[in-house]
Design a protein around this ligand. Structure first.
Ligand SMILES: Cc1cc2nc3c(=O)[nH]c(=O)nc-3n(C[C@H](O)[C@H](O)[C@H](O)COP(=O)(O)O)c2cc1C
Length: 182
C-alpha cells in the first residue's frame, strides 16, 4: 500500500482544491491510500512566537502526517498568479527548525495539483512552487500534471468529478503512487 498525503492550500469549506483531493480519495484506487490534510489552525510564522513557544501543535501534527506518508500532493490554489500566503506560510513553519527539515522534505516524493474557476488551471502557482520545492530538496514528480480549469463545472451536485477530470485525476494518482514507491 502506498500512503499518499494530500494537503489542501485552501481553508474554504467549499474549496475546489480540497474537493479535488476528496475526489481522489473517492476513487479508492487499489494499493493507494490517500489521506487529506488542511491547514486550519496554523498561525502566521513569527520567529518570536517560535522562540517563545516552539513549533505550534498544528504544525507538529502535520509534520507527523508527512513523515508517515510515502509521498505528498500539494493541492494549490492560485492567488494573483502565485502561491497563496496561507500555503507558503504552512510550508515555512514545516521547514522549522532547520535540523528537522531534511527528514521531512529531503528526497520525499512531492507532486502538485490545483483547481481554479479560471482557464489556466493554477499553472502559474504550480510553477512558483517548483523553486520552493527545490529549496526544500523534495523529489518532485514531473511525470504528470493536473491543472483543473473551470473547476466548478467539473463537479456534479454531489461533489463528484465528471468523467474526463476524474480519469485525469486517476491517471495522475496512479502515476505519482508508482513514482513514490520507486
Ligand atoms: C486573492 C485572490 C487572488 C486570486 N488570483 C487568482 C489567480 O491569479 N489565478 C486564478 O486562476 N485564480 C485566482 N483566484 C481565484 C481562485 O482560483 C478561486 O478563488 C479558487 O476557488 C480558490 O481555490 P479554492 O476553491 O480551493 O479556495 C484568486 C482568488 C483570490 C481570493
Amino acid at each position: 500500500m502506498v500512503k499518499l498525503l494530500g494537503i489542501s492550500g485552501s481553508l474554504r469549506k467549499q474549496s475546489l482544491n480540497t474537493a479535488l483531493l476528496h475526489a481522489g480519495q473517492a476513487l479508492e484506487l487499489p494499493g493507494v491510500e490517500l489521506s487529506v490534510a488542511t491547514l486550519h489552525g496554523i498561525p502566521l510564522y513569527d520567529g518570536d512566537l517560535e522562540q517563545a513557544s516552539g513549533i505550534p501543535a498544528e504544525v507538529t501534527a502535520l509534520k507527523q502526517k508527512i513523515l508517515a506518508s510515502d509521498g505528498v500532493i500539494l493541492a494549490t490554489p492560485e492567488y494573483n498568479h502565485g502561491i497563496p500566503g496561507v500555503f507558503k506560510n504552512a510550508i515555512d513553519w514545516l521547514s522549522r527548525p532547520p535540523a528537522e527539515m531534511a527528514a521531512l522534505f529531503q528526497n520525499r516524493p512531492f507532486a502538485l495539483i490545483g483547481a481554479t474557476p479560471s482557464g489556466f488551471g493554477t499553472a502559474l502557482s504550480q510553477d512558483a512552487w517548483l523553486s520552493v520545492l527545490h529549496a526544500l530538496g523534495t523529489r518532485t514528480w514531473a511525470g504528470g500534471s493536473l491543472l483543473l480549469s473551470r473547476a466548478p463545472q467539473a463537479f456534479d451536485d454531489q461533489g463528484r468529478l465528471t468523467d474526463e477530470p476524474r480519469q485525469n485525476l486517476q491517471k495522475f494518482l496512479q502515476g505519482f503512487a508508482k513514482f513514490a514507491q520507486s
